[in-house]
Design a protein around this ligand. Structure first.
Ligand SMILES: [Zn+2]
Ligand SMILES: [Zn+2]
Ligand SMILES: [Zn+2]
Length: 554
């Protein structure tokens, strides 16, 4: 692991810890011990804990930000006029942050009212408008802080921040639910050994099931393409979670409405039958999931959108050549099996968890968790591969500034640009000794001329260039397909490009959802959580890459 990668991993772990710490800071005005005492005597304490958390300021998690990101997409679609492919320039991420604030305030207020109304035990010693206002504000601040942490992870850590934080949240809830199952039942560990085995097996099964061969247009990439050397299970993509989630919410809707409107006086029996644990509910769940997954996927992979995406990429059709029709046929074929397999597997898994005494485990949560884990690991591997590609072949010395390996007698560190003993004088000020050279244009720089960007030395002209693992960001694309097109344009001119796809696709991706269409309703925008689709080149080739990408595609 390089210096930068070690730092990125440390930053990611530290920010996850910070997000978890927010869940331990109580809401001001709440007596945490009274709250926990109340939670312990409530019937269904486990569910209560799940819903109410610890009455902390981090209780909303990244939820408001995620909802806001989906709303930003819907608002964009409502306002869109003209070309359906036009997405560039719309500030999704900034809009999502603005929309998240009122959502967090409303949810914070609702939670404060809930705490205040908890009943006889004095959970809130001095209730009233003052408590409600401070509680709502601090809970909202906690949610906005979570959004900021997600963006920081995307920028300075590894993986998409939103995915990573939600993954941590799911990992905690799945394991703590399981622990609660043990405690609730009061049974010995030997009774639950099958359930523990199930937890591990389920994770592996979900990883294999959902993360089967990543099927994208990039499938036909030449062998030297980044990612081509990854094992098949790492090139995998989550499929169908968006469809499963939609089916689940649709089925839950009548139950929720019945509990609010009918108040138990009259609960139609068909509402209860909608529980996926019952045969009728299971059939409805599978049917709805298939329909939703199929709709999402065909929408995302509509040939009209493919046609829109590829001219941006500068090619009629990808190399190795399949056209629209083949593309559509393959997409529908792949979708069909995932659309059918995923909900059936979820129903079977639910049945197994009830039989084995671990009803707290959720197949959908485990699927998302597996997807987030593999997606983050995939990004980690991309970082490591980029760092390896830039490392000096046989390093004897270490650079004192960046820790990079040096081949021997260089005047400047090839990784960060720091100057060593016999470096030539500054290009602009011949009397001044050089402290560094620009990693982009190789110009010698004195203390006044040298600037620092992402741990690399640059000149004034290249101060705007961003770096990841020493590679310069040549372009930011809306979708991986567009990025792949840009990479091929560079490759055709002999410039090596690498792709770093840091979107929240793993969260609820249906096959192809993020690969072609950045804007699909009910799905968070790819830039959510600070994610980006980046095309990176070696810093020395940045100038040429920028020239090539600025020229219109032929
Ligand atoms: Zn260095
Ligand atoms: Zn320069
Ligand atoms: Zn100078």
């Amino acid at each position: 692991m390089t210096h930068e990668l070690r730092r990125r991993v440390a930053v990611t772990l530290g920010l996850i810890a910070a997000a978890e710490a927010l869940r331990w800071i109580p809401v001001p005005g709440v007596d945490p011990r009274a709250f926990l005492g109340f939670a312990a005597v409530m019937p269904g304490a486990r569910i209560f804990h799940e819903l109410a958390g610890r009455a902390s300021i981090g209780t909303l998690g990244v939820g408001p930000y995620l909802s806001a990101s989906i709303l930003a997409v819907l608002i964009f679609l409502a306002r869109r006029r003209g070309s359906p492919g036009e997405t560039t320039g719309y500030p999704f991420e900034a809009h999502a942050l603005w929309i998240a604030l009122p959502i967090a305030l409303v949810q914070g207020l609702a939670y404060a009212v809930f705490l205040q109304n908890l009943g006889r035990l004095p959970v809130v010693p001095s209730p009233g408008p003052a408590f409600l206002a401070t509680a709502a504000l601090t809970i909202a601040a906690g949610a906005m802080l979570m959004a900021a942490l997600a963006r920081l992870i995307s920028r300075h850590g590894v993986g998409n921040g939103l995915c990573v934080l939600l993954g941590a949240q799911l990992a905690r809830s799945q394991s703590s639910r399981h622990a609660a199952d043990w405690l609730d039942g009061g049974r010995g560990l030997h009774h639950n050994a099958p359930a523990l085995g199930l937890l591990v097996a389920a994770f592996l099964l979900m990883a294999v099931l959902w993360l089967s061969a990543r099927w994208t247009v990039a499938e036909s990439s030449p062998a030297d393409a980044p990612g081509a050397a990854d094992p098949w299970w790492l090139r995998a993509n989550v499929t169908g979670v968006a469809g499963l989630a939609l089916a689940k919410s649709v089925l839950a809707l009548p139950v929720i409405l019945a509990s609010y409107l009918v108040r138990g006086a009259f609960t139609p029996t068909w509402v209860l039958e909608l529980d996926p644990a019952r045969p009728a509910g299971a059939v409805a769940f599978v049917a709805l999931s298939i329909l939703a997954t199929w709709l999402f996927t065909t929408w995302a992979l509509a040939p009209a959108r493919l046609v829109l995406a590829l001219p941006v990429a500068g090619e009629d059709k990808p190399e190795g050549g399949f056209g629209e029709r083949t593309f559509e046929r393959r997409a529908l074929g792949a979708t069909f099996w995932f659309a059918v397999g995923a909900p059936v597997a979820v129903v079977l898994f639910g049945w197994a968890t009830r039989r084995l005494g671990a009803p707290g485990l959720s197949a959908t949560a485990l699927a998302v968790l597996a997807a987030v884990t593999l997606d983050t690991f995939h990004q980690f591997r991309t970082h490591a591969a980029m760092a390896r590609a830039l490392a000096a072949p046989a390093g004897e010395r270490n650079c004192g500034v960046c820790g990079g390996l040096l081949a021997g007698d260089e005047a400047f560190c090839p990784a960060c640009g720091a100057a060593f003993e016999d470096a030539p004088a500054c290009g602009a000020h011949p009397g001044e000794p050089a402290l560094a050279r620009c990693v982009v244009c190789a110009q010698s720089l004195c203390g006044d001329c040298a600037l620092e960007r992402d741990g690399r030395s640059v000149c004034g002209e290249h101060a705007g260039v961003a770096f990841v693992e020493g590679w310069a960001v040549a372009a930011v694309a809306e979708t991986p397909v567009e990025a792949e097109g840009l990479r091929r344009r560079l490759a055709a001119a002999g410039v090596e490009g690498r792709l770093l796809v840091g979107t929240c696709a793993a969260l609820q991706g249906t096959l192809g959802l993020y690969d072609l269409t950045p804007v699909v309703p009910l799905v968070a925008h790819p830039s959510c959580g600070g994610g980006l689709v980046r095309v990176l080149v070696r810093p020395g080739e940045y100038g040429r890459a920028a020239e090539l990408l600025a020229a219109p595609a032929d």
